[in-house]
Ligand binder design. Structure first.
Ligand SMILES: Cc1cc2nc3c(=O)[nH]c(=O)nc-3n(C[C@H](O)[C@H](O)[C@H](O)COP(=O)(O)OP(=O)(O)OC[C@H]3O[C@@H](n4cnc5c(N)ncnc54)[C@H](O)[C@@H]3O)c2cc1C
Length: 438
């Protein structure tokens, strides 16, 4: 088997499903397909020019690792840049939210991603932004596209706890007439696009910036299927769905069409349709599901904040912000240009921003420390087991203890249960009790 193209990533289970390899392939030899609840690239050997020395797919692949420090040092070198062991290079950290109540209330956190994009588009700072929408008409329920206006940005509001592949997006950007595009993605998407920039100058010339959303870990399509199955939500009847809506952290909201049979007086029956609404708190349906639907590759991820993003967005679920009921974000800025644009959005009353310390930010992100500690240990453990692991330009621990082995085994068992639908009945028995969560 020829393993020097993206086949290496797939074969060693290192694929993040980000779709960057498809963007990188000049011969259309890669198709992104859905397999076992996630996106995976499929290589057409007849079209692949790997043996003639291509390798572009693997050169852009974040699944095999990335030089996080080197690229961050190249990108973020303003005088005021500082370095933090978890956040990486940064300029300032903020809490903030959209000043539009509806956006703030209905977006994932405080609506900063959507509101800032709207500001940038309305003030003509950018030509478009790659976003990912939940779409009941789409078989997979998620799809990505370039948004050019407020409506298109808001159509994509909210977090998608499902695989997101940004395949086709580099091509779409290159075909557009403008040259100032923003890409919104998870840390692995941004890593891949930063790698792609190095081998695709035309693409690089079109990019104005990257917005990363912090990521504890991805989820397979099976998470949604499991949640729907447990609650009797019918995918085919959905008219609206959000993983997080209506307030800070928010709730799953599913609206589905149901037919109501009415018996009329003259003994005739008629049918009419109405929306039935299901709601459940985010902490109640999402947190209990531990690592059951987390892809294996995410256990090796060491980038929580999206260290290669120009601006990064997340929640801030600690006191006093935890008392907020409408929506609030934390934000990391890494370039003067982006700091100036954020301040302009504040001055124009689009958003509210208050500076916070990096320590405050870190205290709100449990997974940031785990990724720099636990996940690095998982990499070392798998190296010792002679398994392929992603390579990062960071130092790794020399030794690992029994706790790492048990922790890794526990995660892998949970993932095994999540992958096999006939074992899902066990998940309800092993779910985490989160009734005490605020
Ligand atoms: C899988 C996942 C894990 C996360 N883990 C954490 C965490 O541990 N800690 C934390 O503080 N925050 C985490 N977040 C981020 C948080 O949920 C919000 O997305 C973030 O705070 C932005 O909120 P907002 O209101 O500004 O976004 P909105 O204004 O609602 O906009 C969200 C934007 O993100 C894009 N988007 C949503 N989901 C995805 C996706 N899966 N892939 C690519 N693009 C997407 C949409 O296109 C949209 O433009 C996670 C998000 C995801 C999707």
């Amino acid at each position: 088997m020829n393993l020097s193209n993206i086949t290496y990533t797939i074969h060693h289970n290192l694929c993040t499903g980000c779709g960057i390899c498809e963007n990188a392939c000049p011969f259309n030899a890669i198709e992104i397909v859905v397999k076992e609840g996630r996106f995976l690239p499929q290589v057409n050997d007849g079209l692949c020019k790997n043996v003639q020395g291509c390798h572009r797919c693997i050169d852009a692949c974040p699944g095999v690792g990335v030089d996080l420090s080197r690229i961050a040092n190249e990108q973020f070198c303003d005088e005021a840049i500082k370095t933090d062991k978890w956040v990486g290079r940064y300029m300032k950290c903020f809490v903030g939210h959209s000043n539009d109540y509806d956006i703030r209330y209905h977006c994932a956190s405080g609506g900063m991603v959507s509101q800032f994009l709207i500001f940038l588009l309305e003030k003509n700072y950018i030509d478009g932004a790659v976003v990912t929408a939940f779409d009941p008409d789409n078989e997979l329920l998620v799809h990505s596209y370039i948004a050019h206006n407020r409506e298109e940005v808001l159509h994509a509001k909210g977090s998608k706890y499902a695989p997101v592949s940004l395949h086709g997006m580099a091509q779409a950007i290159k075909q557009e007439s403008g040259s100032r595009f923003v890409i919104v993605g998870l840390p692995c998407h941004i890593q891949g696009f930063r790698k792609l920039e190095k081998i695709d100058r035309k693409f690089k010339g079109k990019i104005f910036g990257y917005f990363a959303i912090y990521c504890s870990s991805g989820r397979t399509f099976y998470l949604t299927e499991h949640v729907f199955r447990e609650r009797g939500i019918r995918k085919d009847d959905l008219t609206y769905f959000a993983y997080r809506d209506e307030g800070c952290l928010g709730s799953l909201v599913a609206k589905q069409r149901r037919s109501i049979r009415v018996d009329n007086n003259n003994s005739e029956t008629s049918l009419y349709k109405e929306d039935e609404v299901y709601k459940e708190k985010y902490q109640s349906y999402y947190h209990p599901l531990r690592s059951f639907f987390v892809p294996r590759r995410c256990l090796f991820c060491i980038d929580h904040y999206g260290e290669l993003g120009d601006v990064c967005f997340g929640d801030i679920h600690i006191e006093p912000f935890i008392e907020d009921k409408i929506g609030v974000n934390s934000i990391v800025v890494r370039k003067q240009l982006w700091l100036d644009l954020l301040m302009a959005a504040k001055d124009e009353m689009y958003v509210t921003l208050d500076e916070i310390s990096v320590e405050t930010l870190n205290s709100s992100q449990e997974m940031a420390g785990k990724k720099k500690g636990r996940n690095k240990n998982f990499i070392v453990l798998n190296k010792k087991l002679r398994r392929a692991v992603p390579v990062y330009d960071v130092s790794l621990p020399q030794k690992i203890g029994i706790k790492t082995i048990l922790d890794y085994a526990q995660n892998r068992i949970q993932q095994l249960l999540g992958r096999h639908k006939n074992l899902w009945w066990l998940i309800s028995k092993l779910k985490k009790d989160t009734s005490h969560y605020k």
